[in-house]
Write a protein that binds this ligand. Structure first.
Ligand SMILES: Cc1ncc(COP(=O)(O)O)c(C=O)c1O
Length: 387
């Protein structure tokens, strides 16, 4: 592929980090993961950061904490457009998915449509920051507060994004998830993180991450009083957990990637500026930035004459070596898996439906993409001129 969705951002430093772990002889979660968690919390100015083996696991443990520790029940407001594993942990913990349409321009949940969807059984808002762009948190925070709802974030696509409240996306809500999978902003092979405000929640998540045991909790934690007997405490189980620990190598790589992140962010933003400029003269809608986006990729919604011609556009791009994807899962309710889930439908998903039929995204990464963006522009323009 001439213009793939993502590129490798490793150099010798990540390889050295892996070698350090091999030399240490400890491959399972240990001091390098802890170091990365501390650096992450300090970089993104959040009280706690707990690393797991994927962004999906981060979402799972957040929902597990809502259900098991907070005893929340009922329905949770979710945007109609997101990734599958935003939604599945809700199903796994018996929450109803209360779908709200997105804003066609930001691609994130439309705050104006949330309050009419809230009912007596609504317990939380799960905001998703799509493709590097944060939700409108000024409004979301007010709505959550006014209605007594917990606000949580799926920030797996938006590490490094700054919100309209001048916070780091993923640290606004009580919990926020991050993904370090290959195509994401920082890459640790597989990997994820949970940012959370409360120390007790972080300790609960630390237990849920590793079999539900109390072993990883600090001695002065507030959620379980350890016996002080190392033998007993090593196999004492306090929460109905999982085994979703990250590898030690992923922690070591994460520290290197985080150091490189500010430079990598700049490159992404430079590409985005060029993309926005180039596409302002075609009948397409590109993503409207809220705060400062970290530009995961570039979304394109086909409008006017181009609307309804996505197949031709995608085929033409593919023949030019340009990789593209649907805008995450489109209107998620149109996926066959929906038959397994309990949902609340608001019967108003015009924007999610529009992007389901007319939207796609292309990649952004840390290389200079001007030539590739030109190629995409030329290709779409030539389809436009032919139809
Ligand atoms: C919005 C969103 N949430 C969650 C995930 C899951 O992250 P992971 O692939 O690390 O499990 C993704 C993955 O792309 C995502 O886009």
């Amino acid at each position: 592929m001439k213009y793939p969705l993502a590129c490798d951002t490793w150099d010798d430093r990540e390889v050295e980090a892996i070698q350090k772990v091999i030399k240490s002889g400890r491959y399972t979660m240990g001091p390098y993961v802890k170091q990365f968690e501390e650096q992450f919390a300090s970089h993104f100015n959040c009280e706690n950061a707990v690393m797991v083996n994927s962004g999906s696991s981060a979402n799972l443990l957040i929902l597990a904490t809502l259900a098991e520790k907070y005893k929340l029940r009922g329905n949770i407001i979710v945007p109609a457009v997101s990734w599958s594993t935003t939604y599945f942990p809700l199903h796994q913990y018996d929450f109803t998915l209360n779908f709200v349409d997105i804003d066609k321009h930001t691609l994130n949940i439309d705050p104006n449509k949330i309050e009419s969807a809230i009912n007596a059984m609504t317990c939380a808002i799960f905001a998703v920051n799509l493709l590097g762009n944060s939700c409108k948190y000024k409004e979301l925070k007010e709505i959550a507060e006014r209605n007594g709802l917990m606000l949580i974030e799926d920030n797996c696509e938006s590490l490094g994004s700054i919100t309209d409240t001048q916070e780091n996306a993923g640290t606004v809500g009580q919990f926020g998830s991050f993904s370090f999978f290959f195509s994401h902003h920082i890459q640790t092979m597989e990997g994820g993180m949970i940012a959370c405000k409360s120390n007790d929640d972080a300790d609960f998540i630390r237990s849920m991450r590793a079999h539900g045991w109390c072993r990883d909790l600090p001695d002065d934690n507030k959620i379980y009083k350890k016996s002080g007997n190392k033998f007993k405490d090593s196999f004492t189980f306090i929460a109905p957990g999982y085994s979703v620990r990250p590898l030690e190598m992923s922690g070591a790589i994460g520290s290197v990637q985080l150091e490189k992140w500010p430079g990598m962010r700049e490159k992404r933003v430079e590409n985005a500026k060029y993309f926005k400029e180039m596409f302002s003269n075609l009948p397409v809608t590109t993503q409207k930035e809220i705060g400062n986006s970290s530009w995961f990729g570039f979304s394109i919604l086909l409008e006017d004459r181009l609307a309804g011609h996505r197949d031709i556009v995608i085929q033409s791009l593919e023949s030019q070596g340009v990789e593209s994807r649907p805008i995450v899962a489109g209107n998620f309710m149109k996926n066959p898996v929906i038959k397994y889930l309990n949902i609340l439908s608001q019967n108003d998903y015009d924007n999610a439906d529009y992007i389901h039929e007319n939207g796609f995204f292309i990649g952004n990464d840390i290389r200079d993409l001007k030539e590739n963006i030109d190629l995409v522009h030329e290709t779409i323009k030539s389809v436009h001129d032919q139809i």
